[in-house]
Structure formats: C-alpha cells, structure tokens
Design a protein around this ligand. Structure first.
Ligand code: GDP
Ligand code: MG
Length: 166
C-alpha cells in the first residue's frame, strides 16, 4: 500500500484578510461570508498531489500569535490592504527563526482578487516582495470566487514534498 504522508501547514496573516474563507473553500468547497475572528482554528484534508496521497493538517493563526511550527506556510494578505502585506515581513522572519531555515516552504497569497476596484497593493509591489524573499511564489486568490484556491495549497505541498524526499 502507498504510504500516506502527513504534512502540517500553517495559514498566517492579519485579521480579516480571508484565512478562514480561503481554508473553508479549500477544505469544504463552501463560501461563508462571515466567521468569528480566527484565534486558532484547525482543519484536515486529504488530497492527492502528483499521485502522492497526502493528509494535510491545517492550522490558522492570527498574526499576533507566534507562528506554530509547520512544514509549510501560507502568508496571506488582502490586495485591498497594504498594511496587511507589510505585516507579513515580521511573520516571515519569525518563521525563519523558528524553523532555522531560510528556504522554508512558503507561498505568498494576495487574497480578495475579486475586489479589483479596491486594490491597494499592485502586482508589481507583491512581486518585488516575493523576489526579496528568495522568489517565494506569489498567487492572487479570491476565496469568494474560489479562484486559485487549490493552486496555492498544491504549490505549497509540492515544495514540502521536494524537501521531504531530498
Ligand atoms: P480571517 O480573519 O483572515 O480569517 O478572514 P475571514 O476569512 O474571516 O474574512 C474576513 C472578511 O473578508 C469576511 O467579511 C469575508 O467575507 C471577506 N473575504 C474573505 N475572502 C474574500 C474574498 O476573496 N473576496 C471578498 N470580496 N471578500 C472576502
Ligand atoms: Mg478567521
């Protein structure tokens, strides 16, 4: 029988950027307009990535908490809030300190891409942050429209798998 790998992913970002909505879309395929503020939530989901069976353990955390130790991190901001992007820098430094690894698997997620008219963070700005952070992949997502949701989790899984098997 194939071995099922279990990976722990931590979803981080400021309050209100859409961590709960994004994760609920990924795990349960639902759009729910409003959640209680995330203090710390967890979800599980089984997926297949490149014919590997994976069990994901997802922890959602607000940016005020010290990040939990995970194998991979989603750093989420809202494209409608520049401060939510700026807050990710400190989180990334904490992650690198905790993991003691400059190349820890992570993905930068600019959520709420459906709110183009309220955009406060240009793509160019987000890409320059990504370059600054060792070319961490950058995706724009819409939890509301379920756009690019699976893609961010799959990209992160691929990065974790690459580390796990090398
Ligand atoms: P969290 O605090 O990071 O967990 O954020 P939530 O998931 O609770 O979302 C905060 C608010 O943003 C809620 O009012 C959501 O309806 C809204 N929201 C989340 N994702 C999106 C999105 O992709 N598009 C739009 N338009 N609103 C979103
Ligand atoms: Mg939440």
């Amino acid at each position: 029988m194939r071995q099922r790998r279990e990976y722990h992913i931590v979803v981080l970002g400021a309050g209100g950027v859409g961590k709960s909505c994004l994760t609920a879309q990924f795990v349960q395929n639902v759009w729910i307009e409003s959640y209680d503020p995330t203090i710390e939530d967890s979800y599980r989901k089984q997926i297949e990535v490149d014919v590997r069976a994976i069990c994901l353990d997802l922890t959602l955390q607000e940016q005020s908490n010290l990040p939990r130790c995970g194998q991979g991190f989603l750093l989420v901001f809202s494209i409608t809030s520049l401060s939510s992007l700026n807050e990710l820098a400190e989180l990334r430094e904490q992650i690198i300190r905790i993991r003691d690894d400059e190349n820890v698997p992570l993905v930068i997620v600019g959520n709420k891409s459906d709110l183009e008219e309220d955009r406060a963070v240009t793509r160019a700005r987000a890409f320059s942050v990504s370059q600054h952070w060792g070319n961490a992949p950058y995706y724009e997502t819409s939890a509301r429209r379920r756009a690019n949701v699976d893609e961010v989790f799959v990209d992160l899984c691929r990065q974790i798998i690459r580390k796990d098997i090398t």
